[in-house]
Design a binder for this molecule. Structure first.
Ligand SMILES: *[C@@H]1O[C@H](CO)[C@@H](O)[C@H](O)[C@H]1NC(C)=O
Length: 244
């Protein structure tokens, strides 16, 4: 009677270690307008099956992601094809001239969802970051997994509270994005660059506090570790929502 148990546990082992380590990312657009998500795999690894796509309001999209995976997602807004046939976006453009970003990242400002998903049953790290500025509200929610597994998010419209010196305006004069103080002012106290490149010498600033007050569950500046980073064991599957 022992044989079936052995066979069962053996097949379970094969299932968990035999190349079934694919994960999925479920994208949902709850914004009133169309967005164009972009994907970037870090460290020169092969890019995902798509590096950019269109997502209508209320539409969703399921994207396979490998495990391990290290990379980021964001969304471009106000995109269109210009007279020369180039695809361009008002925010978070990736300068590929196409809907797909082809290994290019977002040009700041951009709200980012960042992932560090290790091999096997290890602990995933994920966050929503406004370190490179803000374009639209975003959340990341693990689907399954054990441990903390909390939703990382910047659900507020930071554009509405963006200080005038950080505002990025669209062609109609409305605030379409909010620059980070680092991108705008490029100073050590905002970028945590030398000589202020440690957590002790780079505390929150009056600018990063605007972001962290609006979005306490997002990364607001380079050393915002304690608040910004979220963990989940072995989940690997995530729901990414624009305008949650
Ligand atoms: C932040 O502080 C700097 C330096 O004191 C000041 O110039 C700037 O106007 C402040 N900005 C905001 C939004 O409070």
């Amino acid at each position: 009677m022992k044989t079936p148990v052995v066979v069962l546990s053996l097949s379970l082992t094969i299932l968990s270690f035999g190349g079934t380590y694919a994960a999925t990312s479920f994208f949902k657009n709850n914004c009133a307008n169309m967005v164009w998500p972009g994907t970037l795999t870090s460290e020169q690894k092969p890019q995902l099956s798509t590096t950019g796509f269109q997502l209508a309001s209320q539409a969703s999209f399921l994207l396979d992601t490998p495990v391990p995976w290290n990379g980021r997602f964001w969304a471009r807004t106000g995109c269109s094809t210009d007279v020369s046939g180039k695809f361009v976006c008002a925010t978070a453009d990736c300068a590929s001239g196409q809907v797909t970003c082809n290994g290019n990242g977002a040009i700041p400002p951009a709200t980012l969802a960042e992932f560090n998903i290790p091999t096997g049953g290890g602990q995933d790290f994920y966050d929503v970051s406004v370190v490179d500025g803000f374009t639209l509200p975003m959340s990341v929610t693990p689907q399954g997994g054990t441990g903390d597994c909390k939703t990382a998010s910047c659900p507020a419209n930071v554009n509405a509270v963006c200080p005038s010196d950080l505002q990025k305006k669209g062609s109609d004069g409305s605030v379409v994005a909010c620059l980070s103080a680092c991108v705008k002012l490029n100073q050590p106290q905002y970028c945590c660059t030398p000589p202020q490149n440690t957590p002790e010498t780079c505390p929150p600033t009056n600018y990063s506090q605007i972001f962290s007050q609006a979005c306490p569950n997002a990364y607001s500046y380079a050393y915002d570790d304690n608040k910004g980073t979220f963990t989940c064991n072995g989940g690997h599957n995530y729901a990414i929502t624009f305008c949650p």
